[in-house]
Design a protein around this ligand. Structure first.
Ligand code: PLP
Length: 295
């Protein structure tokens, strides 16, 4: 097939998410793609798992056959130049291995891994063999890994009670081979995240936000970091800006169903409606719909 695009529009960074699909679109690939778009990037997606879920929780999980996941990744990487990769829910060991091989075959500039293990409603999103593969193999293939406290406990075998415990776990995860780690403390008493890049520990302070607005926050945080790294930010800058973005998107979230409230990924686009009687004047005195189409 030829390239039929005659335009010379510049292409923004193309980011790849490898994650599960949440049909209510609060978490997983849908949250990732919205986050990429909100940061001016184009997102492509390979689906590791098709979940059955709504805002009230995950009912069942259907993992993508590994050969199918491999094929999805290959057609994308053979076609597009991927600036950065975000990894989320893996489902099982078979899919985790496919991703490990994919990362080895293509040296991506940035790989952000959110090691999702379980949904808040309790569903298993990664099997035991998959967790083992993350610990022994995938961890060291990421630029940064972003576990929450519960996931950091599983990765390290440690019990984490406070910020000091988060710091100890962050150091251990780097010892285990990660290049950098952010242990997310959003569920703790103080919503502090701990970033360790192998040299310095940085505490990212944050405001505690409403507990029922947290669906998709992990996916969104990792995706925002991916976009910001692709835009040339340092990891520390990316982490801080991503945290600010997630916090604001949580604050602006609105209910779409009977359960948890997703984030508003596009809060930056929402402006106050103009005062009564004031209308936007089209730029060339022309109704936007009457704009001649470019050829
Ligand atoms: N579904 C998918 C596809 C996910 O990737 C995730 C989390 O990353 C979840 C569900 C779980 O989200 P939550 O912990 O907010 O229920």
């Amino acid at each position: 097939m030829g390239n039929h695009n005659n335009h010379s529009n510049p292409t923004p960074p193309i980011l790849l998410t490898i994650a599960g699909f949440d049909p209510s679109c609060g978490a997983g690939t849908a949250a990732d793609l919205k986050t990429f778009a909100a940061h001016g990037c184009y997102g492509v997606a390979a689906i590791t798992s098709l979940t059955v879920q709504n805002t009230q929780g995950v009912e069942t999980v259907h993992n993508t056959p590994s050969a199918e996941l491999r094929a999805q990744l290959e057609v994308l990487v053979n076609d597009c130049e991927i600036a950065a990769v975000k990894i989320g829910m893996l489902g099982n060991r078979g899919n985790a291995v496919v991703i490990g091989e994919f990362l080895d075959a293509h040296k991506f500039a940035h790989v952000v891994h959110d090691p999702v293990m379980r949904s808040s409603s309790g569903a298993e999103l990664l099997d035991a063999g998959g967790i083992k593969y993350v610990v022994t193999e995938l961890l060291k293939r990421a630029s940064v890994i972003t576990p929450n406290v519960a996931e950091a406990e599983v990765l390290t075998g440690m019990t984490i009670k406070d910020v000091a415990g988060m710091e100890a776990a962050a150091r251990k995860i780097v010892e285990m081979g990660a290049r950098a780690v952010i242990v997310k403390g959003g569920h703790m008493e103080r919503a502090v995240d701990v970033l360790f890049d192998g040299e310095i520990i940085t505490q990212l302070g944050g405001d505690k936000v409403k507990a029922d607005n947290n669906h998709g926050t992990g996916c969104t945080f990792a995706s925002a970091i991916t976009a910001l790294l692709a835009a040339g930010r340092t990891l520390a800058e990316a982490a801080m800006l991503a945290k600010a973005y997630v916090t604001k998107a949580i604050e602006k979230g609105y209910a779409i169903g009977k359960g948890r409230i997703p984030l508003d990924h596009f809060y930056r686009l929402r402006t106050e409606p103009p005062a009564r009687g004031i209308h936007e004047v089209p730029q060339h005195g022309m109704h936007p719909a009457a704009e001649p189409t470019a050829h």
